[in-house]
Write a protein that binds this ligand. Structure first.
Ligand code: TRP
Length: 345
């Protein structure tokens, strides 16, 4: 594809449950760094959240909670665009169009659907099945080129690229006729970088740290207090061996690797450097150091989240302003899509 697109970042976080250290290290800190490099759009994807049942009061609170975490972590709502997805109707419109572009076979391969639907596939919402099409719409509505996401979203990004490509191919004649060159949609790149991109459960090093895990001990919530953080790290599952001095020594030790990864991400050190400092130490020495570091880094963010949540009017204004700015980018793109497809407007 030869056409050059202006670099633009888009990403989203679902407002379901409490945000965890995993969301913070794996996503939100990356968002903060990226906003200085190019135009960035950060969405609270409430329409993705409702693919599984959400209590209405919890959904509203969690939507404001994600927005508060974005702000507390340092996303600047003037430089970047922060908004909630349901406020910009174009997401749903383009999502429908992509339901008609994507193939059943493509969606049948999505591993996240299989995991989330589990054995009860017949009872999963149809929205959960087409969820990746809505995600593709989120990204392509802004012709975004870069998408910071966790490892688990890579497959959805590949699907997004397939949808973009199929649209560009299916309507190639129209693109040429209307002056869009050979590509209307870009091929967005996933950005999966840095240590602790994937923070794992504190109870099981093979599972992702998740806000939906039934055990609260499996995760550090962004709003946990110092005692809770210390207790969760103290109880975190490990093995009986001391920490190794080299990275090789972490192989086959998922829980140890996870804690080292978290330390590295919070401190800004490489994992090598962390092992250089703590190699040979017992977990009884390392864990208190790790919780002190986590408390030091998270306490100011937790305090800021609480301060912001005490003033929902401010958060709502940020989301509303952001939605207006997002809509002004989205509308012309959607209008062009309609023109390309022959939908009369
Ligand atoms: N599916 C993503 C997740 O569960 C959330 C998401 C929705 C998203 N739309 C997006 C992420 C667009 C990046 C870009 O984490």
């Amino acid at each position: 594809m030869s056409k050059a697109f202006t670099p633009r970042v888009f990403s989203g976080v679902q407002p379901t449950g409490n945000l965890t250290l995993g969301n913070y290290l794996g996503a939100i800190t990356k968002f903060v760094a990226l906003q200085d490099q190019q135009e960035s759009i950060y969405c609270v994807v409430d329409m993705h959240a409702i693919t599984t049942w959400q209590d209405p009061a919890d959904l509203s609170a969690a939507t404001r909670g994600v927005a508060a975490a974005y702000l507390a972590a340092g996303i600047d709502p003037v430089k970047s665009i922060i908004f909630n997805q349901s406020r910009v109707g174009a997401h749903a419109e383009l999502g429908w169009i992509f339901n008609c572009i994507a193939r059943m076979g493509w969606l049948n391969r999505m591993t996240q659907f299989k995991e989330k639907a589990g054995k009860n596939r017949e009872n999963a919402s149809t929205g959960l099945f087409v969820y990746p099409n809505l995600m593709a719409a989120d990204i392509l509505l802004y012709q975004a080129t870069h998408v910071p996401v966790g490892e688990d979203q890579k497959q959805h990004l590949e699907l997004t690229r397939d949808i973009a490509q199929k649209f560009n191919n299916d309507y190639a004649d129209q693109l040429a006729r209307l002056g869009f060159g050979d590509a209307f949609f870009p091929q967005p790149e996933p950005m999966i970088t840095g240590p602790a991109t994937r923070v794992m459960s504190l109870r099981d090093g093979s599972k992702k740290m998740s806000k939906s895990d039934p055990s609260d001990m499996s995760r550090i919530n962004l709003t946990d207090d110092a005692d809770t953080i210390a207790q969760k790290f103290r109880k975190a599952r490990t093995d009986p061996d001391p920490l190794p001095s080299e990275m090789d020594g972490l192989e086959g030790r998922a829980e140890a690797a996870n804690l080292v990864g978290i330390y590295a991400a919070l401190s800004g050190m490489t994992q090598d450097a962390v092992l250089g400092e703590f190699g040979g130490s017992q977990f009884s020495t390392f864990k208190p150091e790790l919780s002190d570091l986590a408390v030091e880094k998270l306490a100011p963010i937790a305090a800021e989240i609480r301060r912001l949540e005490a003033d929902p009017g401010h958060i709502d204004q940020v989301l509303k302003d952001g939605a207006e700015r997002a809509d002004s980018i989205a509308q012309p793109v959607l209008a062009s899509v309609k023109d390309i497809m022959g939908l009369v407007r």
